[in-house]
Design a protein around this ligand. Structure first.
Ligand code: AMP
Ligand code: MG
Length: 439
């Protein structure tokens, strides 16, 4: 097979090419019982005031504050308790001068009452067959009343479309009677690992073979991004059968991720398969390590992600390129990994023309964020993924990095970023400045 020359694209340009092709996944209505972590496709507006009526925040007595104006330890006043209401009940009486209604937390304040005195602050007694309370202090108007609309006013925009539904948002949905909710559909992402060396998880090791870890890792990553997964049987490096498998998988998926076989080796058939499919290859080389051979193509309205077989390269490829396709398709406002900065706790002396993504552990200490590379920094390393919670981004073309340098870090945890790639620390000049400062 002829080796075609590939031109490496800067990461930001590669991601941009992808963004130019994203499309929305469509909308469906689902029950409030199954909406956790889904992405809202409609704005949530308060359909009424909260609370919807003035109510009591305590167990106590609803009274007229005026009646207690002269109440004191020496001059207690007495009120007649005319009825008792619990939450959900409405008083039959209007509270007139000299009257009180025994009221429980959450119950509507009766007509005529303008304050609540807590149970603990009154003395109760029965006199002349009447329930009475004795009050030894004055109560101010509006004391202990939760007012209608004090939490939320009708018509307020509470949550915007494109937001992930958290337990707090579920409470909002329920409060305002949204029982069927418009959410974005989850794209179906197929994952098909290629490689004659691959065994499935349940198989015994054999000479020259390894277990397929990429498919399961990628499935977990993409599931966390909110997509539906279709895991395919891994396949041998065989052009004809692979072509057939991929063509079939494309019939039932929105996105097809393959792992392996995308480089320039004798058994790397993916580039030829894209050609035979007639897929439009957006890029087939990215100026990044690991994962420089990452290839992304579009075929009809489907996506093809050819991720490197190296576990770490595969991991990085999914976070950088698959994530925005899935999340932009759901109108998520921050569809990329979140970006932050940290101080490097290790030297990186090797210059590299490509942007490096180093699996690392981000932690906080008293001076701020510190980032430490995790395990073996080789794209074939799988153990470095155990603890890694971020990727250090070291722009290419620098003279290397020293301990204490400020570096940019991206992480798949948390709320994401609108566009991380313009961060000043991701440019080459920031690196040189930092290194010079150290000297
Ligand atoms: P490739 O991208 O096919 O050239 O594979 C690069 C390296 O990753 C080789 O050492 C493969 O054995 C390894 N590899 C490929 N696919 C997988 C996989 N699904 N799980 C784990 N390692 C893999
Ligand atoms: Mg291979």
């Amino acid at each position: 097979m002829a080796v075609t020359k590939r031109t490496p694209l800067p990461v930001a340009e590669a991601v941009n090419k992808i963004l130019n092709h994203t499309r929305l996944w469509g909308i469906e209505k689902i029950s409030i019982n199954e909406c956790d972590n889904r992405i809202l496709a409609e704005d949530l507006t308060a359909t009424h005031d909260v609370p919807p009526f003035n109510r009591s925040p305590y167990d106590g007595f609803a009274i007229r504050s005026e009646d207690t104006k002269h109440a004191s330890l020496d001059h207690p006043i007495t009120l007649n308790v005319v009825e008792t209401i619990g939450a959900g009940q409405v008083a039959e009486h209007e509270v007139k001068s000299g009257m009180a209604v025994r009221i429980m937390t959450g119950a509507k304040i009766p007509e005529g009452a303008d304050a609540v005195i807590m149970l603990e602050l009154v003395k109760e007694r029965v006199a002349d067959n009447k329930n009475q309370i004795i009050i030894k202090r004055s109560v101010k108007k509006d004391e202990n009343i939760s007012f209608q609309g004090e939490d939320t006013q009708e018509g307020t925009l509470l949550v915007k479309a494109g937001t992930k539904i958290t337990p707090g948002i579920v409470a909002i949905l329920a409060t305002f009677g949204y029982h069927r909710i418009s959410v974005y559909k989850q794209p179906v992402v197929g994952i098909l690992s290629t490689g004659t060396e691959l065994l499935d998880v349940n198989e015994e090791l054999q000479p020259g073979k390894i277990r397929n870890s990429n498919a399961y890792m990628c499935a977990a990553q993409v599931r966390a991004m909110g997509a539906k997964i279709k895991l395919y049987q891994h396949r041998e490096d065989n052009f004809d059968s692979l072509y057939k498998n991929i063509k079939e998988a494309l019939q039932e998926t929105d996105v097809l991720i393959t792992t392996g076989g995308v480089s320039v080796g004798d058994y790397d058939f993916l580039p030829e398969i894209y050609k035979k499919l007639g897929a439009e290859v957006l890029f087939n080389k990215v100026a990044m390590r690991p994962g420089s051979v990452t290839t992304v193509a579009v075929y009809e309205d489907k996506w093809l992600f050819g991720l490197s077989g190296n576990p770490s390269a595969c991991f990085v490829g999914a976070e950088l390129f698959v994530r925005p396709v899935i999340l932009k398709g759901m109108s998520v406002l921050k569809p990329h990994c979140k970006v932050t900065k940290a101080l490097l706790s290790k030297d990186f002396p090797k210059p590299n023309p490509f942007t490096r993504f180093v699996r690392a552990i981000l932690s906080e200490d008293i001076d701020g964020n510190v980032v430490t590379p995790a395990g073996l920094d080789k794209s074939s390393s799988v153990s470095s993924l155990i603890e890694a919670n971020c990727l250090i981004v070291l722009p290419g073309g620098t003279r290397g990095w020293e301990t204490g340098s400020e570096v940019g870090v991206i992480t798949w945890h948390g709320e994401g970023s609108e566009w991380p790639w313009d961060h000043p620390l991701f440019s080459k000049s920031s690196a040189i400045k930092t290194v010079e400062k150290q000297r």
